[in-house]
Each structure stands twice: as structure tokens, then as C-alpha cells.
Ligand binder design. Structure first.
Ligand code: ATP
Ligand code: MG
Length: 353
């Protein structure tokens, strides 16, 4: 999971509803999008963050590479779900090299899985102000099986997985670089996908709190499917207003309200937990992103429950598009859905700076 980036990387977000591919290059002081596309996956190809249908995912990646004419081989990808643990821990101050040696022993107590079954990565945040003999370290542990699953589909699609990141961290990274805020701000980035909400509360670029809630836009779709006895495709179209609801409009509105209430209650729980843990660092604004960020009533309900401003975050607002090579309708149709892919693509820039 190391950051090693001399070659150009593409961001490959393998989400449960769709594969998102982004290629972003620094040009002067700006970041320029060279490629971007979204390629849908069958509804059950990825369940609870685990790949169930390898063939469909490999085909999806190959379609993305072909349609976008991608030549690069190295990719940054990311994972989410209950096999991922992210924790800020306090360890005795050492060099990163020494920590590399001792990390297994140091962190065993923080990981709820057998240490033999996980891959561990860390980022030293810095020494504690009150006691420099100790330091804050961001610890990331992921079940090896999950990493291997994603690595194998990427390799089978003919690519090299150079960076394996975490969805919530990649979303935070996209936010940091596309929408920089001052050190007084404590933004809460909520990436609402189809199956997960990836939450990341940041301060000065460091994730203070992350959580993956196993609920997302798919919940609206499956409720519409169930209650109106329609197919997945029809339910998706009714949800986003692509298909006229006719006399079912009232029922759909009720479902949208109910599910938005459930999702915003979950975000509120994370917010409350964070506020209790860091009483001196209150969240200054919530940034809603991910494909399902635009779900009816979600933003309003979050404002109501949390009581801070909520804004949609579109990563393209902080980027320029390479003319002729990026399809503007892809960008406008999937702007908030691009966040994780853009965050991954930007790992490229970080490594080269
Ligand atoms: N305009 C819209 N309004 C409401 N929901 C939308 C809209 N556009 C897309 N969605 C929903 O967003 C979800 C897809 O978002 P996204 O691409 O971020 O998810 P994903 O990365 O595939 O999923 P995950 O990361 O949870 O596995 C789907 O549930 C889709 O129906
Ligand atoms: Mg996603």
C-alpha cells in the first residue's frame, strides 16, 4: 500500500454501482482532467464491498480502458467496508523506518482481526504537543483477502495496482486538493455511494475521524423496487426522475423522505460521536458528495439534524478539463460520483511534488 509514484497513475474507483476512471495531470498551477468516465456494473457484482462477480468487474475495467483509450498501466484504487480499519493511535516517537519494523507489535491491540490476516499501513502525523516522546499515527489495516480480491481483478484486466487506498481517505484527498479550506475549518466529507457512506472529518489535511456506514443510494432503489414491484432499472429511473412517476409520485416521495431520514440519522450519529470525542474541534461544514449526494431530501434533512451548513461537493469545480479529450456530459452527469476516482488520480500529483 506504499506511495510510490514516479510513473503516471490513473485513479480507478471500483464502486458497487459503477467503475469510475479518472486521469488527472498537474499543468502549471492547475490540475487538468485528461480522462474521465463512469461504467456501470451489474447490481450484484459487488456486495458489502466484496467482489462477487470477478468476470463482470474485469470486463467493466476493460471497457473503461478501451472506451477512454487509456494507455497508462499503473493505477491507484481503493477499498471500503467492514474489512477496513482506520484509527488514529498514539505510539512512542520513532522514525518511520523503525516504525515499519515494529508496527505489527505496536498496533496488534487496536485491530479486531487476527494480525496475520491484515495488511497494515500507517502515516506519521507528528509528535504530541504536550509530550514529544509520543506521536500521533494514522493506522490503516485492511483484511488481506479484500486487498487480494481487488488486486487480482485489476491485474486480470491488464493493469498494475500501485496504490491501494481507502475510499473515505481518497474522498478526503479530493476535497483537500479541489476545495482547499483554511486550518480553522473542520470539514466533514460524506461520500454517499450506492452501498456505503464514507465519512471523513478532516483538520489541516489529516483525517481525524473516518467511518464507513453500510448504507447508501441503493437503499432508495431497493425500497422503490420492493414497494412498487418494479425492476432495479425502473426503480433507478423513478428515483432520479428520469422516468415519469405518474400516480406513483406520492409513494416515491414518501420513500425518498423515509430513506433520507435514515441516512441523515446515520451521518448525525457519526457527527455526535466526533463532537463528543473532539469537543474543541466542531465540524464547520458538511460536504455531501458521491453519486447519491443528490438524493431528494438528503441535504435538507442533514441541515435539520446536524445544524451546520451542508454543501454539495463537486471535485470538477477545482479542476480544469482537457478540451476534446473529456466528455462534458460525463462530467456534468457524474460530477459528485467522481470524487473517489479524482482523489485517487490526484495521488499521482502528490507523489511527484
Ligand atoms: N441524480 C441522482 N440522484 C439521486 N441518486 C443518484 C443520482 N445519480 C446517481 N445516484 C445514485 O448514486 C449511487 C451511485 O453513486 P456512486 O457512483 O458514488 O456509488 P458507488 O461508488 O458505485 O458505490 P459504493 O462506493 O457505495 O460501492 C447509485 O445508488 C445511484 O442511483
Ligand atoms: Mg464509491
Amino acid at each position: 500500500m506504499a506511495l510510490m509514484g514516479s510513473k503516471e497513475l490513473i485513479g480507478l474507483d471500483i464502486g458497487s454501482s459503477a467503475i469510475k476512471l479518472a486521469h488527472v495531470k498537474p499543468v502549471g498551477v492547475e490540475f487538468r482532467v485528461k480522462k474521465f468516465g463512469v461504467f456501470p456494473l451489474p447490481p450484484d457484482a459487488i456486495v458489502d464491498g466484496a467482489i462477487m462477480d470477478h468476470v463482470s468487474v474485469i470486463e467493466g475495467i476493460k471497457t473503461a480502458l478501451r472506451e477512454l483509450k487509456v494507455k497508462e498501466k499503473e493505477v491507484a484504487t481503493s477499498l471500503s467496508g467492514h474489512s477496513v480499519i482506520i484509527k488514529k493511535v498514539v505510539l512512542p516517537t520513532t522514525t518511520p523506518e523503525e516504525l515499519e519494523e515494529s508496527i505489527q507489535w505496536e498496533v496488534e491491540q487496536y485491530i479486531p482481526f487476527d494480525i496475520k490476516d491484515v495488511k497494515i499501513d500507517f502515516q506519521v502525523i507528528g509528535p504530541l504537543k504536550e509530550d514529544p516522546s509520543k506521536m500521533d499515527v494514522l493506522l490503516v489495516a485492511v483484511k488481506t483477502d479484500l486487498v487480494n480480491d481487488y488486486v487480482s481483478v485489476i491485474k486480470d484486466a491488464g493493469l498494475t495496482p500501485s496504490i491501494v487506498d481507502i475510499d473515505s481517505i481518497a474522498a478526503g484527498n479530493a476535497f483537500e486538493l479541489c476545495h482547499p479550506v483554511s486550518d480553522e475549518q473542520v470539514p466533514m466529507v460524506v461520500n454517499v455511494g450506492a452501498s456505503f457512506m464514507n465519512i471523513n472529518i478532516l483538520h489541516s489535511g489529516v483525517p481525524l475521524f473516518t467511518r464507513d456506514v453500510p448504507m447508501g443510494g441503493g437503499m432508495y432503489t431497493s425500497e422503490i423496487q420492493k414497494q412498487l414491484a418494479v425492476s432495479f432499472e425502473t426503480a433507478e429511473e423513478l428515483k432520479v426522475g428520469k422516468k415519469d412517476a405518474g400516480d406513483r409520485a406520492e409513494k416515491i416521495t414518501e420513500i425518498m423522505r423515509t430513506v433520507s431520514n435514515i441516512l441523515s440519522t446515520e451521518v448525525q450519529r457519526s457527527y455526535n460521536f466526533f463532537s463528543a470525542t473532539y469537543p474543541d474541534r466542531l465540524v464547520t461544514k458538511v460536504y455531501l458528495t458521491g453519486g447519491a449526494a443528490k438524493s431528494a431530501f438528503l441535504k435538507e434533512m442533514l441541515v435539520e439534524k446536524i445544524g451546520v451548513d451542508v454543501e454539495l461537493f463537486d471535485p470538477f469545480e477545482g479542476l480544469t478539463l482537457e478540451e476534446g479529450s473529456v466528455d462534458p456530459s460525463m462530467v456534468s452527469g457524474f460530477n459528485t460520483a467522481a470524487t473517489v476516482a479524482v482523489g485517487l488520480a490526484l495521488r499521482n500529483q502528490e507523489a511527484r511534488r
